[in-house]
Ligand binder design. Structure first.
Ligand SMILES: NC(=O)C1=CN([C@@H]2O[C@H](COP(=O)(O)OP(=O)(O)OC[C@H]3O[C@@H](n4cnc5c(N)ncnc54)[C@H](OP(=O)(O)O)[C@@H]3O)[C@@H](O)[C@H]2O)C=CC1
Ligand SMILES: Nc1nc(=O)c2c([nH]1)NC[C@@H]1CN(c3ccc(C(=O)N[C@@H](CCC(=O)O)C(=O)O)cc3)C=[N+]21
Length: 292
């Protein structure tokens, strides 16, 4: 069993980005600028957005955090997005999900200028990704691909089972793994809550990506010896032994699965950190595309 260490890999990505940004600054090129919109005060969202802003600072990107009240109207949120669309200094825009129930996520995502869609959630980005055209790739699946690349894990011809078909994780993951890239070329099975006999599928998998949001779901008896296990799940569960009062749990029962696996990502310290590295990579790319 080898641990796929998100701390190490994301630190390497952040370092690379930092030197590219230093280089840009020396050449007088534009400093990348990420704008994040946070609606309301969801504890987990606060943490992630704060982490994104902190990483921008570390790399030398400019960042803007726009906080909006929980009960803001959809129209006002759309107006805020339009301001960022029009602002030539802003290269990347992200609206932290989930949004309050009275706001339609798809409408908000579609309002973002596709050239600034560093989350890769816009229909134009999703369409380009599916067609194999240059595109912003959603940060979590992109981060997972960067992880496979870093550890030089061969994927061609392998059977990958992705559990979860969300637009932001499972579905784009299935597209990337089945695509014609160096760390793609897998045969992919995409599973979801209506899948019959999930275990039958996971037992055949050389690679499993667990992205369903059910802590400890993937058990030892569901995986083949030597499989590559990617745990996307992030669920906060109460834990009175922790200072914060909660612990973060992945979708994989790590104690059971790790001894059988070839490679495995831990939670925390795995895919979550890669997500941030990938988002920052997309932000630099947006800036390069628009400003050279
Ligand atoms: N590490 C990171 O950077 C990130 C982590 N996450 C985490 O990843 C997890 C998934 O997130 P997200 O994709 O947004 O979640 P969603 O809730 O949008 O999607 C969950 C998917 O899992 C499927 N599913 C649910 N239960 C089962 C089951 N028992 N068996 C098989 N499939 C099931 C659902 O099926 P159906 O479609 O039929 O409902 C759905 O497709 C969450 O824990 C989230 O917090 C998310 C984003 C980034
Ligand atoms: N528009 C939008 N874009 C997103 O990219 C987005 C989103 N909305 N909504 C929520 C999910 C979740 N997500 C994570 C980011 C970082 C960690 C992360 O840094 N995790 C660390 C620390 C975990 C912690 O301490 O909370 C780890 O796994 O080690 C996790 C999850 C981005 N998401």
């Amino acid at each position: 069993m080898q641990l796929l260490d998100g701390k190490v890999v994301s630190a390497a990505i952040i370092q690379q980005l930092k030197s590219k940004v230093d280089d840009r600054k020396q050449k007088g090129l534009k400093t990348p600028h990420l704008a994040a919109i946070l609606v309301g005060s969801n504890g987990a969202s606060e943490t992630y957005v704060a982490s994104k802003v902190r990483h921008c600072e570390q790399i030398g990107f400019d960042s803007t955090l726009i906080r909006l009240d929980d009960n803001i109207s959809e129209e006002t949120l759309l107006q805020e997005i339009e301001k960022l669309n029009q602002d030539n200094d802003v290269d990347g825009i992200l609206v932290q999900l989930p949004l309050p129930k009275h706001i339609k996520e798809s409408k908000v995502i579609e309002a973002i200028n596709a050239d600034k869609d560093v989350d890769g959630f816009h229909p134009v980005s999703a369409g380009n990704l599916m067609l194999g055209l240059p595109s912003f790739i959603p940060a979590t699946p992109y981060g997972i691909m960067l992880m496979l690349e870093h550890y030089n894990i061969p994927t061609a011809g392998k059977h990958a089972v992705v559990i979860g078909r969300s637009n932001i994780v499972g579905r784009p993951m299935s597209v990337l793994l089945s695509g014609q890239s160096k760390y793609g070329n897998c045969t992919v099975t995409l599973c979801h809550s209506k899948t019959d006999d999930l275990k039958k599928h996971t037992l055949q998998a050389d690679i499993i990506v667990a992205a369903l949001g059910k802590p400890g779901f993937l058990k030892g008896d569901m995986v083949k010896e030597g499989a590559i296990i990617i745990d996307v799940g992030i669920t906060r569960v109460e834990d009175s032994t922790k200072k914060s009062g909660f612990a973060i749990k992945g979708d994989v029962d790590f104690a059971e699965v790790a001894p059988k696996s070839g490679y495995i990502t831990p939670v925390p310290g795995g895919v979550g950190l890669m997500t941030i590295g990938a988002l920052m990579t997309n932000t630099l790319q947006a800036c390069e595309r628009m400003h050279g």
